[in-house]
Design a protein around this ligand. Structure first.
Ligand SMILES: NC(=O)c1ccc[n+]([C@@H]2O[C@H](COP(=O)([O-])OP(=O)(O)OC[C@H]3O[C@@H](n4cnc5c(N)ncnc54)[C@H](OP(=O)(O)O)[C@@H]3O)[C@@H](O)[C@H]2O)c1
Length: 233
């Protein structure tokens, strides 16, 4: 364990086999937080490293989601659609799947829900919406999450990144915004993961929705990304 945190509850990572999800698992392990990885296929998911529990389930199967979320303190959701139709479509994954997962998590007693969303989710006219209305689907899920996890002792954090890139975390200075006014920009998947992991114990992250992009291409090593949560309303 390289880092350390006071957070000791199990965290369910949905989309753990995906590119951002893998970073979420890695950053949770970095801080010594117990992880349960939700995957559709144990074989396809590969190896998450020592101590990571695996839960097999899919966003279409509510019972598998409730079972996976049982005993977890938080969920970090990094699922994403990849096909126009079927179980991996925007309506099935980014809207209905995330809503089903949030409902199952609340029913199972989960207290915090972190979600990877996207820049421009409030803009129905954005060209990305040509892919199955993906941005509008994400916004519908966001709205559901905000309503459900801002009450009864629960909390949420919604991160809206720009175009996702690979790369190590904490290598770039980040800029945050609120109200979906940013038009473009990119964000490292690893930094998105880091922000959602920090949201587990940073009180300033509770019930916040924000956009985040990297300030510039050049690297500028960061000790922490906690500053992103200062000043959010
Ligand atoms: N690409 C960008 O530039 C960009 C920009 C902003 C926001 N985003 C959003 O950021 C998020 C993460 O993106 P990414 O590129 O890291 O994702 P990714 O690598 O495509 O991973 C997607 C994950 O979702 C899981 N998934 C899909 N359908 C599922 C279902 N029906 N049940 C359970 N799991 C399901 C996949 O599982 P399997 O391995 O089983 O398929 C995979 O683990 C997505 O929501 C994406 O829309 C992307």
């Amino acid at each position: 364990m390289e880092g350390s945190s006071q957070y000791r509850d199990v965290v369910l990572v949905a989309g753990a086999s995906g590119r951002t999800g893998k970073w979420v698992v890695s950053r949770l392990r970095h801080y010594g937080v117990p992880v349960r990885a939700l995957v559709r296929s144990r074989e396809r998911a590969g190896d998450f490293g020592e101590g990571v529990e695996i839960a097999v389930g899919s966003l279409q199967d509510r019972r598998s989601l409730e079972k996976a979320a049982g005993g977890c303190g938080a969920v970090i959701c990094a699922v994403g659609s990849s096909a126009l139709f079927g179980d991996s479509s925007p309506s099935e994954v980014d809207r209905d799947g995330v809503i089903r997962l949030a409902d199952a998590a609340a029913a199972a007693g989960v207290r915090h829900f972190g979600l990877v969303s996207s820049l421009a989710v409030t803009r129905w006219y954005h060209p990305l919406n040509l892919f199955g209305g993906v941005l509008s689907m994400k916004f519908a899920a966001e709205e559901h999450l905000r309503a459900l996890f801002s009450r009864d002792g629960r909390s949420y954090t919604i991160v809206r990144p720009g175009g996702l890139k690979e790369g190590e975390p904490l290598r770039h200075r980040l800029v945050v915004g609120q109200g979906d006014h940013m038009w473009s920009g990119w964000t490292c998947r690893s930094d998105v993961a880091e922000l959602l992991v920090l949201s587990l114990w940073n009180p300033k992250a509770r019930n916040r929705t924000f956009e985040v992009v990297s300030l510039k291409e050049e690297e500028e090593p960061q000790e922490s990304l906690a500053y992103c949560y200062d000043g959010l309303s």
